[in-house]
Design a protein around this ligand. Structure first.
Ligand code: XUL
Length: 501
């Protein structure tokens, strides 16, 4: 048995797989907003005092881990048969820890919940998350020190971006120099959660490390020039870097005593949710694109070389199984659909049905920016005239427009994430990209990918894992409708005109 965990924006999910029989044993989730209401989050995060600030209390993730394992134990999940564990988390978000952290992890008591024991380990009570766009000034300062954004793109695979860790670290170090002085380690959510599992400070993996503007993308070490431009003493506060599939250690005695996970269960490194999804979708070699329809929408694919987006909006991350992945992230994903559904006071069925109505060249399209957007950087726009079709058309016309740097469109596109359950959304993507769309049987591809990473790290073949858990279980492809190419060529022109206006 192999356990994969995914700590994403709205929930913590576990997927337990049996690699011998090729079956998913159990899938369980903790929804932050509803199951941990005392953190007072909406969709899993809180807004800060400034308009573009988005935070989480890292103790929420800690508490969710115990709650999830308790739920699994109650439903008799075979936790005592786990051979290896891995995990993934929302990318870029940083966790600030003091000297107590490692000492506490080494001496955890299994009769007390993690949250009680770890509450004094933080030098910052909140973690800025990937939605945060409040560091434009810090980005400009880092760019000025570097002498231009090109330097960052060449070194780290991405331009300096507000949600990435470097500008977030800089903002914190400037705002609270005393707290920065007290900070002993800065983790990503992925390496922080991985540290809990293993009982000591774990390394950051090359997949998620690439989303910090701090790791040299080809040398795979911390880049001193980038770290020096970030904040004084950044490099000494970063954990080490490692390959995702390297073993970080065996599971902490806490999880053995409390949940019966075998003491010799290995822990591979945690990675970002998108790199884990790449594995969970079975696309770790070049040739297919993935569109992940979660809180954020992402478009990504495995690549052999670290080519970059000439416009500077896209990113190159590490592929957990080696080489690289290209990724474009769209902030106005599922939350924009939820906002419109609430605005129109309709059900998801109504929303879905509206998307299945064929468009004409005169159909309206919208700029889908309910909130500030990152691809391309844009302000929120009025949505009072938006319809389900105009919003979703706008989302995927924008995605198509910003997908060109990923290379020629592949034969087919695989989709995952909660919104991929909508037939209307999948049909719209097929029509806009003019490619067959395949859905995986699970939309929890990140936690599945993490479980597959654990199995791979324990000696299983990736081809067999992908065959058992991904390829053979894809549902029937959704193909483009007749006339949709001509219609969406014309709607695409309308969209780009609107975008540039
Ligand atoms: C990717 C990104 C988001 C988060 C969501 O760059 O910021 O997809 O990883 O969890």
């Amino acid at each position: 048995m192999y356990l994969g965990l995914d700590c994403s924006t709205q929930s913590l999910t576990a997927t337990l797989i049996n690699a011998e029989s090729g079956t998913v044993e159990i899938q369980e989730s903790v929804h932050f907003e509803t199951e941990l209401p005392h953190y007072q989050t909406h969709h899993g995060f809180v807004r800060g005092a400034e308009p573009d600030e988005f935070f989480c209390d890292p103790l929420m993730w800690v508490e969710a881990l115990d709650l999830l394992l308790e739920k699994m134990k109650k439903s008799n999940a075979p936790l005592d048969q786990i051979k290896a564990i891995s995990g993934s988390a929302q990318q870029h978000s940083t966790v600030y820890l003091n000297h107590n952290f490692e000492r506490t992890l080494a001496h955890l008591r299994s009769d007390l919940p993690l949250v009680e024991q770890l509450k004094d380990s933080f030098t910052r009570p909140v973690s800025p998350i990937w939605l945060d766009a409040s560091t434009v000034k810090e980005c400009d300062e880092i760019i000025e020190t570097l002498g231009g954004n090109r330097e960052s793109v060449q070194r780290t695979g991405s331009s300096i971006i507000p949600r990435f860790s470097a500008s977030q670290i800089r903002k914190h170090a400037k705002q609270f120099p005393g707290h920065w002085q007290d900070t002993f380690k800065v983790h990503l959510v992925s390496s922080f959660m991985g540290s809990l599992m293993v009982g000591h400070s774990a390394n950051i993996d090359y997949g998620d490390g690439a989303g910090m503007n701090l790791m040299h993308i080809t040398r795979r070490n911390w880049d001193k020039k980038m770290a020096d431009a970030t904040a004084p003493g950044t490099i000494k506060r970063l954990p080490g870097l490692a390959s995702t599939t390297d073993i970080a250690g065996t599971v902490s005695h806490y999880f053995t005593q409390r949940y019966g996970i075998p003491a010799d269960a290995k822990c591979a490194h945690w990675t970002g949710d998108n790199p884990a999804s790449l594995v969970g979708m079975g696309v770790t070699t070049p040739g297919e694109w993935v569109i992940s329809l979660g809180t954020s929408y992402t478009l990504f694919s495995a690549t052999q070389t670290p080519f970059v987006d000439p416009q500077g909006y896209g990113h190159i991350f590490g592929n957990p199984l080696g080489n690289y992945m290209s990724l474009s992230c769209f902030k106005n994903g599922a939350l924009a659909c939820i906002a419109l559904k609430e605005q129109l006071n309709i059900t998801w069925d109504d929303f879905d049905r509206a998307l299945l109505v064929p468009r004409t060249p005169d159909s309206p399209v919208s700029l889908p920016f309910y909130d500030t957007e990152i691809t391309p950087p844009a302000r929120a726009v009025d949505q009072s005239k938006t319809t389900a079709a105009s919003l979703v058309d706008g989302q995927f016309l924008n995605m198509r427009h910003h997908s060109l740097w990923h290379g020629p469109a592949p034969e087919s596109i695989v989709v995952t994430g909660g919104i991929s359950q909508s037939d209307g959304v999948c049909q719209t993507i097929a029509n806009i990209f003019q490619r067959p769309i395949k859905r995986l049987y699970t939309h929890a591809s990140a936690s599945l990918g993490a479980a597959m990473i654990a199995a791979y790290a324990d000696g299983h073949q990736i081809e067999q894992l992908a065959h058992d858990f991904c390829k053979s279980k894809q549902r029937r492809a959704i193909t483009p409708q007749p006339d949709s190419e001509v219609i969406y060529t014309s709607l695409g022109e309308k969209f780009t005109e609107l975008l540039y206006r």
